[in-house]
Structure formats: C-alpha cells, structure tokens
Design a protein around this ligand. Structure first.
Ligand SMILES: Nc1ncnc2c1ncn2[C@@H]1O[C@H](COP(=O)(O)OP(=O)(O)OP(=O)(O)O)[C@@H](O)[C@H]1O
Length: 378
C-alpha cells in the first residue's frame, strides 16, 4: 500500500484571504492511522480534500506511492477518481433508491467486476460490518449509525489502499460514536488500510490514531504518536489543545500573577540557571498531587500551599479545584478524595512532570532535562 507525501503544500482560496494551509510537510506511512486534529478552520478538511484531489493546492507537491498526483510547478494534477482512494465525508450520502446490498455493490459495478466476485465481496464486507441482515432494506429504513456502517462498507468493498475520512462520526450519538470508533480501529487492523482521519475531537484522535498531526491556522504544529503529543507537546498550543481538563499553565516572569509565578520561578532558578529564557510552566491535572501535611510532600517536588475550592465528581474520577495566590489549579484523581472544599492543603508536582515552555511558547526540552535530573538529586 502506498505512502502519501505532502511537500511544502500551500493552499490559498483567493480573494485576499490568508493561506488556509501553509507550507505543510507530511508523510503518511503505509498502514498508518493518521488523524489530523485541530480547531475549526485550521485547514484539516482542506488538507484532506487536496489529498483526495477535490481541491487543488496553490503550491507544493503530493505523491501517492511512486506517483506524483499534484505538482504545482510541473503542472501535474491527477483527478480524484484516478487516485484509488476511498472517501467518506460528514454527510455520507447513500443512494436512497438502492438497497443496502446495491449500495455496497455500487463501486464494484462501476469497476465492472464479474458478478460472482462482486457477490462474494459484498457479502464478506457486509458480514464484517454487521449489516448483512439489512441487505434488502433501503437507507431510509436504517438508523444513522447503521447508514454510517453501510457507507464504510461501500468504501471497503472496493478495497481502496487508502481511506480518507472527514469527521465521519460527527452525526452519531455518544454511544454509537464509541462503537464506531472501535469499528474503525478494527477495520484498520483487519484490512491493514492506510487511514487519514480528520477530527476536532481530541479523544477521537487519541483513541484511534497511530500518528496525530496537530494543526492550527493552516500550519502543522506537531506530528507524533498520541503519547508524544500528550506527553511531550511541542508548544503551548498543542499542550493546551490536547488534554481534558486542560493543562494548568503558570506564566513566568509576570509579577502581576503574584505568588504562584514567583514560587515557580524560585523553584526553577534553584535547579535551572537560565531561568530568563523560560516563559511558562505547564502541569497536567493528573500530575498534581494533593497532601494535607507538608511532611507528605517529597523534598524534590514543586509545591505550593493552596486551598481547596471545589471537589467535582465526574463519574469514576474527581476534579479538585485549588486556589493558590488567586490562581486556580486543577487536579484530577481516580481515587475518592479525602479533602473537602475550604481545607488548606499542599499541592505538589514531580519535577519530571513539569512542562517548560520558552518565551515564544515552544517546548524547552533541555531545561526539562536539567530540571528533572537536578530535581531527583536530593
Ligand atoms: N471553498 C472555500 N473558499 C474559501 N475559503 C475556504 C473554503 N473552504 C475553506 N475555506 C477557509 O479555509 C480555512 C480552512 O478551512 P478548513 O475547512 O480546511 O478547516 P477545518 O480545520 O477543516 O475546519 P472545520 O473543522 O470547521 O471543518 C478556513 O479559514 C476556511 O474559512
């Protein structure tokens, strides 16, 4: 199955608008489940449509396998139907006048596949997708989730090497979404298909992807595995976009934020000499520990005295809201908290759990390394 390579891809829709996609370089490997993740308007759909050939880039080159399918400088453009890709968009239009079986069969007919082969292929895919029992029904007689599965089956029947999916689960309720996510993951494993999936839903991306490309304002912010994106965000945008509840950010070198910023700077300057190059400190809520007594806090930890202002059950876990020097810090725990609103406590964080960003908001890995090494030495 082919690799897809985007080199310096740019897209401008004209009319004086800014570039919808800017200097995008992306390599999608064989068998990859790549999620393009980002807020509304960041250029995800435009990118997917350029891969499919539904949209023309205004700069750069796209290669699928060994074939250049788009090259602005060389004037190459391969139309969508010649790219051998499967497409499913938010609205997964099925043919209303055709039965489910004929909808699934549709692409095979177009390709003039012999009847016996068509029948066996259609049956196989419908059985795998759990829709064989609806084969004689019409789309209007199925639920949204069932129709979604028919749309996927129709695509899988022609066995495309690559599936391009644009928010294909956005119309489903929470339970069906979950089921369909599991279904997609299964399809990916079973059919060994390369999948490019567009979503603004971080959970969807984290649960499905082998690689995530986080986009903002037409630019790729980070490309990495879900663990890399979550555990080592390349900049503050990625850190704040991924994670729920969101990462706590403490702005450094800003006297007006008061005590917490100052304590953070003191803590960091004891361990990391070049404090002036740092701009902010990020702390994921699940790494914020709460202790009633100072003695329970490890020596090397970053700690601050705080007050519990709320304990919020979320079903299976709790968010503890803490206030320190007029700032809110959120902690998440899966164990029933022993603290109550109004109590004075310490919150503490292991040095290796601190995310450091420079003044431009980019991750400062060297500083983190120094910090965690020094931090562990008592
Ligand atoms: N056909 C078009 N003509 C002009 N501008 C467009 C067109 N399609 C998209 N844009 C603009 O390009 C930018 C990127 O849009 P795109 O649809 O790729 O974003 P997205 O990340 O997929 O957003 P969403 O999640 O809302 O679908 C936006 O500013 C959008 O307004």
């Amino acid at each position: 199955m082919p690799n897809i390579t985007l080199s310096n891809i740019q897209k401008n829709y004209g009319g004086g608008s800014p570039n919808a996609v800017e200097n995008l370089n992306l390599e999608i490997g064989d068998g990859e489940f790549m999620c393009l993740l980002g807020p509304s308007g960041c250029g995800k759909t435009t990118t997917l449509r350029m891969i499919s050939g539904l949209e023309h880039p205004t700069g750069g080159k796209i290669t699928i396998g060994n074939r250049v399918v788009d090259s602005v400088t060389d004037g190459v453009f391969v139309p969508p139907e010649k790219r051998e890709l499967g497409l499913v968009f938010q609205s997964y239009a099925l043919w209303p006048h055709l039965t489910i079986e004929n909808n699934v069969d549709f692409g095979l007919r177009l390709r003039k596949i012999p009847r016996a082969e068509r029948e066996s292929r259609t049956t196989e895919v419908m059985e795998k997708m759990g829709i064989a029992k609806y084969r004689k029904r019409y789309p209007s007689e199925l639920s949204g989730g069932q129709q979604q599965r028919v749309a996927l089956a129709r695509m899988l029947a022609v066995n495309p090497g690559v599936l391009l999916l644009d928010e294909p689960l956005s119309n489903l309720d929470a339970r069906l979404r979950l089921e369909m996510r599991a279904e997609l993951k299964r399809i990916h494993e079973e059919f060994n298909t390369t999948i490019v999936f567009v979503t603004h839903d971080q959970w969807e991306a984290m649960t499905l992807a082998t690689k995530i490309g986080v986009m903002s304002d037409g630019e790729l912010q980070q490309l990495g595995t879900p663990d890399e994106i979550y555990g080592a965000p390349a900049n503050r945008f990625v850190a704040e976009f991924v994670g729920s509840p969101p990462i706590n950010i403490i702005q450094l070198a800003d006297d007006e934020t008061g005590g917490l910023s100052l304590w953070a700077m003191q803590f960091l300057s004891h361990r990391y000499a070049k404090i002036e190059s740092l701009g902010s400190l990020g702390i994921r809520p699940e790494t914020v520990h709460v202790a009633v007594h100072e003695i329970d806090v490890p020596d090397a930890a970053f700690k601050a005295r705080s007050r519990v202002t709320g304990v919020l059950p979320t079903g299976g876990s709790w968010i503890i809201e803490l206030e320190v020097a007029e700032r809110k810090i959120f902690s998440v725990t899966s164990e029933l908290p022993s603290v109550k609103a109004g109590e004075e406590v310490y919150f503490w964080v292991r040095p290796e759990d601190l995310h450091l960003f420079d003044v431009d908001g980019n991750r400062a890995p060297q500083a983190e390394l120094v910090l965690s090494e020094v931090g562990l030495v008592k």
